[in-house]
Design a protein around this ligand. Structure first.
Ligand SMILES: Nc1nc2c(ncn2[C@@H]2O[C@H](COP(=O)(O)OP(=O)(O)OP(=O)(O)O)[C@@H](O)[C@H]2O)c(=O)[nH]1
Ligand SMILES: [Mg+2]
Length: 354
């Protein structure tokens, strides 16, 4: 059964982009960019958000609507036709795999659900959903780990990932998240490959009223180096460094990012304190491959799973928990500035199987 299902696992091709050759680093000009050019991905204006506990939970539920509806419809169909027996569990297995829960996590979930169903003599859908929810939460709890900012300031967060996963957008959202916690933030425009990248970041900088350090050389290391020095001089708490998207197969670009990390450490011995890998939930099981490659090259300390609002494959975090467990810091549930939430295992499982 799994052999057949493995074929279902998608492996979308990420688009290759032209990479400018690295220019000889010139003496950098520091500036807080203030150009008002429309970037490729214009940050969306935030909608007014309700304050309080419910708005937070509701946001995650709303973000996971596609996954939940997909699972819900399939589970309801399953109950229409079947009693809970071996065939039922085989079909449940398929449903979980198509939601990208992954082979290992699906096996474990099925085992645990089978046990509970037997123990509690479950026959109805709502009880089965409650069991699935609890078992999924158990799988996710070990990767729930919020990002702690220590006092070794500046706390440098290096943001890495494949092209288009949502790195720059996440930086915009993160800046607001930290400012709400009373921290000062500086952004380093370390994606020097694409002209629009700096402008996109500048818009987020303006929106959050923080400086964006950029300069015209094509050397990302020197931009980030300058940003860290500038933050030291100005006593800024956090530096968030953007980097260009790169594929795990582009060895020279993976090598380049390890160089960026080394340069940051030269500037501040404890930095980067966080290396945040941004993964797109639509990538499915390919996210695991991305995680493994970036982890080998850099030592990934935290994850952000973006675009959960646009996919029915919200199970991918369970796959990560069992196949390459890494702390999940945040989830992206939309394009707006407030659409980034700290990852909470129970709420997440709840939102998937409500
Ligand atoms: N729906 C949705 N869209 C998102 C989310 N996060 C980012 N996006 C969108 O994804 C697209 C790419 O986002 P970017 O932030 O530019 O991605 P990137 O990783 O910086 O891209 P490169 O710099 O080209 O590698 C934009 O249109 C964003 O608005 C999310 O959580 N949900
Ligand atoms: Mg970007």
């Amino acid at each position: 059964m799994f052999e057949f299902l493995k074929k279902l696992v998608s492996n979308p091709k990420a688009t290759k982009k032209k990479v400018k050759p690295a220019a000889t680093p010139k003496k950098p000009k520091l500036k807080a960019t203030k150009k008002k050019v429309k970037p490729a991905a214009t940050p969306k204006k935030p909608k007014k958000e309700k304050k309080g506990f419910f708005s937070f939970t509701e946001k995650i539920k709303k973000g996971l609507t596609k996954t939940r509806e997909n699972l819900s419809t399939q589970l309801t169909d399953l109950f229409k036709n079947k009693k809970i027996d071996e065939v039922f569990f085989e079909e449940l297995e398929t449903i979980l795999l198509t939601a990208d829960v992954g082979i290992k996590a699906t096996e474990i979930l099925i085992q645990q659900v089978k046990l509970k169903v037997k123990e509690e003599n479950v026959q109805d859908e709502s009880k089965l959903k409650a069991i699935l929810k609890n078992c999924l939460a158990e799988i996710l709890i070990p990767i729930e780990s919020s990002l702690k900012i220590n006092n070794n300031s500046p706390f440098v967060i290096m943001v890495v990932g494949v092209n288009g996963t949502g790195k720059t957008t996440t930086i915009g959202k993160l800046t607001k998240f930290f400012q709400n916690k009373g921290k000062t933030v500086l952004i380093a425009a370390g994606d020097t490959f694409r002209a629009a990248a700096t402008e996109q970041l500048s818009i987020w900088g303006e929106r959050n009223n923080v400086a964006v350090i950029s300069h015209e050389t094509a050397d990302p290391s020197s931009v980030i180096f300058d940003a860290v020095n500038s933050a030291k001089a100005k006593n800024i708490d956090i530096v968030i460094a953007d980097t260009a998207g790169r594929l795990p197969t582009q060895k020279h670009l993976i090598d380049e990012i390890t160089k960026i990390k080394r340069v940051i450490t030269k500037c501040h011995a404890k930095a980067p304190q966080e290396i945040l890998l941004v993964l797109d939930a639509n990538t499915g099981q390919n996210a695991i491959t991305q995680l493994k490659t970036f982890n080998e090259a850099l030592g990934i300390t935290g994850l952000v799973m973006t675009k959960l609002d646009g996919t029915a494959k919200g199970g991918v975090l369970a796959a990560i928990a069992k196949e390459s467990p890494t702390p999940v810091r945040f989830i992206g549930v939309g394009e707006g500035i407030d659409d980034l939430k700290e990852f909470k295992a129970k709420e997440y499982a709840e939102a998937m199987f409500e």
